[in-house]
Each structure stands twice: as C-alpha cells, then as structure tokens.
Design a protein around this ligand. Structure first.
Ligand SMILES: [Zn+2]
Length: 372
C-alpha cells in the first residue's frame, strides 16, 4: 500500500541515491567524463544528470574542467572531475609515543600532515587529546588556507572502542574515556562531527582503500602495542561488539613475560616496538606463532605487517614464515602470503581521514544539506 505522505520521502531518497551514483561515476572514471558519458554509464537521462551535476558543482564536490581544444566539427564537451578544493577529511591519531594529524581531500590526496613525537602517557587522556586537538586545529587552519572545508574528524586510538568511548587502551592507561567529547573541547574543532575507531581497523581500511590491497587479508599494526584488522571480502570484520583484532594479547608463551593486560606471555611483550628492537629473532618467532593461530582459525590468505614492522620487515620475514610453514595446517596446500604494508607508519591516520571522505562520497546529499 502506498500513501501520499511517503512520496516526498521516496523522492528525496531517490535523489540521494542518484547524487551518490553520479559522484562515484565521476570519481571512478579513468578520464574526466562528460555529462553525456555519465548519463550513458548510469542509465539516468541527460536532464537528470545535468541537474544532479549542477547540485554537485554548487556543493563544491565536482568541478567542470575546461573543454579540450576544438579539433573537428562540433563543440567538445567539458569533463567532470572531483574537486580538490571542496570537503576534506581530518584524520587524527594518538599512539603511545606520537600524535598525528592528516588532511585528505575528496580525490584522496594528502594535503596536510603533522606529527609530534612525545610520550603521551604522562599527560593522561585529557592532556593528550587536548594536544592532539591543537595539532588537528593547525592542520585544519592550513587546509582551510588551501581552500578546503573540513567535513569531519575521525580519531584512531590503540584501544577498544564503543561509539565515542574508549573502553580501555592498556598501553596509554586509559579507561572509559569519552575521546570525542575531549577532542571537541578544543574550540577550533568544536563544530565538527567526531568519530572514534580502533587504530588497526582504520589502518586496515586505509590499506584496503588507499593502497588497493586484495580484499582478503589480516592487517597487523606494530606500535608499542600490537593490533590487527581482519578484512574479508573487502569488509572489516569488527567482531560482535566491535572489539576484534586484539592479536597483541594472544598468548604465545603461557608462562612468559607479564603483560599490562594482566596476563602472561602476550604477543606484544615479544613483538611490540620495544621488544622488537631488543630481539628480532624472538619477535619473529612470536609473531609466527600468533599469526599461525589466526590463519588456522580464519583461513586468511594474506598477512600485511604495518606500522613499526615495516622498516624491520625483511629481517622478520624468514622467522615468521618458518613458523607459518611449521604450524599452519594448510601451509603445504596454499602458502600464506606475507608482505609489508604499503602505507607504512601513516596508515591509521590516512585511513581515518579517508573514512571521513568516504562518508561524503557515499552520501553527498547529506553534505549538500549541511552546506546549503
Ligand atoms: Zn596482554
């Protein structure tokens, strides 16, 4: 049964869908397409495409390039492209020993990047997030001077996240920290939507979307702690409550070194940044043991080592692969591919900025509402 009152709702959701369709057709075209080419690719009429393109241009999402010089009869059509001067994502990252901020524009290009190296533990959650907010404010100011409009903030944290709340970040010593509220306490960021996510999840998404990784892999992020992001069929597997990926607390030696989490013999006590620097063969063996358990359980064909593992990758490789060959039941049938991350240490902050941009690209109607 249809009712009269549902018609406007349906119409606006059709428009929202079509705006996203046109925007992503422009984004994914190898060469800047004409309005006619967008019409052909989407199956929408020329008139509909033209009206939607006009809205996207007015909202600063799409730009019309100058037409190529006339070569024969007729007027060459102008090409459409994502604008490099419209909405941008602000990614922020806090880790035990650094703060980072990164601005990515709609085309995915990094426009600003700031990093500050310092131990974040003494400042506590409020102090560290205030410092990170100030770094973000500097990045925002620089981006705005460049003609960009920050659409939102995504924050990467090394801990378990529920909504805006960091439930526990053992290496920072945080518990039940309302990270979004503390960031918004910085006046220059107070007007922006803030999303909070686990750093390894954001790094895995960065590797998938920015670096174009295969759709099935385990991303392992090495910092002071170790986290992982599980990507299956191009989707992040977050676990039932969003807390999956805590590979740093997989037991490798049950009677081993005490861990900050309260258990003994956790992976990060052998392969976290500090342990890694002290003994690489031990770190490689511990990683191989933990990764074998994950592969046996989840059947992921590719392991990507990121963060602090990237500069050590070639020296860790043989030791990890020896354990995988020994412990993964299917290793003889299909060897596990081990590789270093493409994005290196900036994966999480890039993934965070990209997550903001992706929301704009998936819902341009929402962005147009905000800016009208
Ligand atoms: Zn632990």
């Amino acid at each position: 049964m249809t009712t009269r009152s549902s018609a406007p709702v349906r119409q606006s959701s059709v428009r929202a869908h079509n705006l996203a369709l046109v925007l992503n057709t422009v984004a994914n075209s190898a060469d800047p397409p004409s309005r006619a080419a967008v019409s052909a690719a989407t199956g929408l009429t020329r008139a509909t495409v033209s009206a939607l393109v006009d809205d996207l241009i007015a909202g600063g999402l799409v730009t019309e390039l100058d037409p190529p010089p006339r070569t024969g009869a007729g007027r060459p059509a102008a090409g459409l492209a994502l604008t490099a001067a419209g909405p941008a994502g602000l990614g922020l990252e806090i880790n035990v020993d650094y703060l980072a901020a990164c601005v990515v524009d709609l085309t995915g290009a990094v426009r600003q990047r700031f990093t500050e190296h310092a131990d974040q533990r003494p400042a506590g959650a409020a102090g560290a997030l205030a410092a990170l907010g100030r770094l973000g404010a500097r990045a925002r100011l620089a981006a705005e001077a460049d003609g960009l409009v920050i659409a939102g903030v995504a924050l990467a944290v090394p801990g378990l996240v529920s909504g805006d709340l960091v439930r526990v970040a053992p290496n920072l010593g945080w518990q039940n920290t309302d990270a979004a509220a503390l960031l918004r306490g910085v006046p220059e960021l107070a007007d922006l939507p803030v999303a909070v996510d686990n750093e390894a999840n954001l790094a895995a998404l960065g590797e998938l979307r920015v670096a174009g990784a295969n759709p099935d892999f385990l991303y392992v992020s090495g910092e002071i702690g170790i986290g992982a992001g599980v990507v299956i069929d191009g989707e992040l597997y977050r676990g039932v409550r969003g807390w999956s990926g805590e590979i740093g607390h997989v037991t490798v030696y049950p009677d081993g070194r005490p861990c900050r989490c309260g258990a003994n013999g956790c992976l990060e006590q052998y392969a976290g940044q500090e342990a890694l620097a002290a003994d690489e063969p031990l770190a490689a063996a511990a990683l191989g043991i933990a990764l074998s358990a994950v592969v046996n359980l989840l059947d992921v064909p590719v392991i990507v080592l990121g963060g602090a593992f990237v500069p050590h990758f070639e020296r860790l490789r043989d030791g990890i692969e020896a354990e995988l060959r020994r412990r993964v039941l299917t290793a003889g049938l299909a060897p596990v591919t081990l590789r270093a991350a493409s994005l290196g240490a900036e994966a999480a902050v890039r993934g965070a900025a990209d997550a903001v941009i992706r929301e704009v690209r998936e819902d341009p109607a929402g962005w147009l509402r905000r800016t009208s």
